[in-house]
Design a binder for this molecule. Structure first.
Ligand code: ZN
Length: 244
């Protein structure tokens, strides 16, 4: 059975934009769980039995908390395949004296789980990127404002170098620059730096387009983003050769 066949038939999503009451929203979620438990789970019982005591994910996937990005859906992955970490703006804080949840997850994925790939995935229409461009909108959100300082470098690069015309193009370029900035931060983590140096870890920077489903991936060799499904080798942000 292919992964595609195994995709759960969830109840219709609430995509109409019509406001739900709090009760309706919760009921929808619980109904979804019941559907999963009674209809979907029994079809994949073998898989869940295998997963009950161990995980061997194919990759760590760091992406935005945005509800429109579903890593398992866009990569057609099954439970156990992706070690996912999500936060506002798909940020990776650089390694430092105060390390939080993202840094912890990276170290665990690399050292304990031995993942061979880390993918940082930004996306179109990202509210975090829009906030980086319009910091006055964050006056009542001091925690978000502080967190997005990790994306400040991308904004500075764009402002200093891009002759972008209009907010749409600026958003697009900023989203790509933010992924590049977070890849740079990722390399400051000792566990990542060590496995990159020995050629045991590969890193990737993607931008997913919600409207078209296109993914563009950063190619370190060409220093630009290319279609992930283009007619070329898979673009990667990994340095060209291992030192050890
Ligand atoms: Zn976002």
């Amino acid at each position: 059975m292919s992964n595609r066949d195994k995709q759960p038939q969830a109840p219709a999503p609430q995509a109409s934009g019509k406001a739900e009451s709090a009760n309706e929203a919760l009921q929808h979620i619980v109904d979804g769980f019941k559907h999963f438990r009674h209809d979907v789970f029994p079809q994949q019982e073998e898989l869940f039995k295998k997963l009950a005591t161990a995980q061997h994910p194919r990759a760590m996937f760091i992406t935005c908390a945005d509800s429109r990005i579903v890593p398992e859906l866009i990569t057609q992955s099954s439970p156990g395949d992706l070690f996912v970490t999500r936060n506002v703006g798909n940020v990776v804080p650089p390694y430092g004296p105060m390390n939080g949840g993202v840094s912890t997850a990276i170290e665990y994925a690399v050292m304990a789980l031995g993942v061979q790939h880390i993918i940082i995935c930004g996306h179109s229409d990202c509210g975090a990127m829009r906030a980086v461009l319009n910091p006055h909108t964050l006056e009542k959100m001091p925690t978000v404002k502080a967190w997005l300082r990790h994306a400040e470098v991308a904004k500075t690069v764009v402002e200093g170098n891009c002759s972008c015309s209009g907010e749409h193009e600026t958003m697009h370029v900023l989203t790509e620059e933010n992924v590049i900035a977070q890849l740079t931060h990722l390399r400051t983590h000792p566990s990542v730096a060590s496995k990159l140096a020995s050629g045991q870890l590969f890193i990737h920077g993607w931008v997913y387009d919600i409207e078209t489903s296109e993914i563009r991936a950063y190619d370190a060799a060409q220093d630009r983003f290319l279609p992930l499904d283009g007619d070329h080798t898979i673009p990667t942000a990994t340095p060209p050769r291992a030192r050890y």
